[in-house]
Design a protein around this ligand. Structure first.
Ligand code: DGL
Length: 280
């Protein structure tokens, strides 16, 4: 049973996404650190976030983070690149000091950009992401901090999330749009040897990307990078680690229909999910 607001007995790691995509990150977190409790929240009722304004993504994300806090989370991962790009900094700097300065919210972009340069020989890296993430320039700014010698080329793929969400993965439309965006990215630089899937939905497109990417290009999967990053963070922050409850529980919430979430979530999480509805 879920005990709300009792830090001692139930303090899960909150994992937030606009919808299903964050489940690809949660899957890796659970695999790497099964001892913790996790509480997933997908804002399916308002997804996709990818083409929404800065203010909207920030408002929606903050509202959902607050729900996760109320349910007992001390630590929340924004397992959504768009939310990490558009809401994380404000939440960390403006909201957390007012809500509770001991709580933490972390994103998925920083852990990725801190290691990305190590994977590329040519130092030309490509980013596939939502329009919101691309226009925020977050990847470009963060990679510059860790690897100033790296050249970053971005490609917004506004059709990829809708194709995935609408079960079009195995149809011609998906092939067309994957090919199109690969061609547009590589038209910017033929020297790209590493691409980041900068949206948590995109791992589902990996087989198609492998089919159409030029030979020898490495596809970086964010899930394993984020789980390594979180492990390292918890090692460096024992004051947070000791607060987390460790009963290996997984709870799922969606802001839309729980039945629909349960039906679709398996594709992203790799196994069946039983979710609850969260009324906003
Ligand atoms: N999963 C989100 C991300 O990583 C994108 C999905 C959306 O557009 O809501 O950026």
């Amino acid at each position: 049973m879920l005990i709300i607001n009792s830090k001692k007995t139930y303090s899960p790691i909150g994992v937030f996404d606009s919808g299903y995509g964050g489940l690809t990150i949660l899957k890796e977190l659970v695999e790497a650190m099964p001892q913790y409790d996790y509480l997933y929240l997908g804002d399916n009722a308002r997804a996709p976030y990818g083409s929404r304004s800065f203010e909207t993504v920030y408002d929606y994300t903050l509202e959902c983070v607050n729900h996760l806090f109320v349910k007992g989370c001390e630590l929340v991962i924004l397992a959504c690149n768009t939310a990490s790009a558009k809401a994380l900094r404000n939440i960390q700097q403006k909201d957390l000091p007012l809500i509770d300065s001991k709580k933490r919210v972390l994103g998925v972009i920083r852990p990725t950009t801190e290691v990305i340069g190590n994977y590329s020989k040519t130092k030309h890296i490509g980013i596939f992401a939502t329009s919101g993430t691309v226009s925020s320039q977050s990847y470009v700014i963060e990679i510059e901090k860790s690897f100033p010698e790296v050249k970053v080329f971005q490609e917004a793929c506004p059709m990829w999330v809708p194709l995935i969400e609408n079960n079009e993965l195995n149809h011609e439309g998906a092939e067309y749009f994957v090919k199109k965006h690969i061609e547009q990215l590589f038209a910017q630089s033929k020297k790209i040897d590493t691409v980041i899937l900068g949206c948590t939905h995109y791992p589902l497109l990996k087989p198609l990307l492998e089919k159409y990417l030029p030979d020898g290009v490495t596809i970086l999967m964010q899930g394993s990078i984020v789980s390594h990053g979180l492990k390292d963070y918890l090692f460096r922050h024992p004051e947070m680690e000791t607060l987390l409850s460790k009963n290996g529980n997984l709870d799922f919430y969606t802001t839309d229909s729980a039945a629909v979430f349960n039906k679709n979530a398996g594709l992203f999480f790799g196994k069946e999910v039983k979710s609850n509805h969260l009324a906003l």
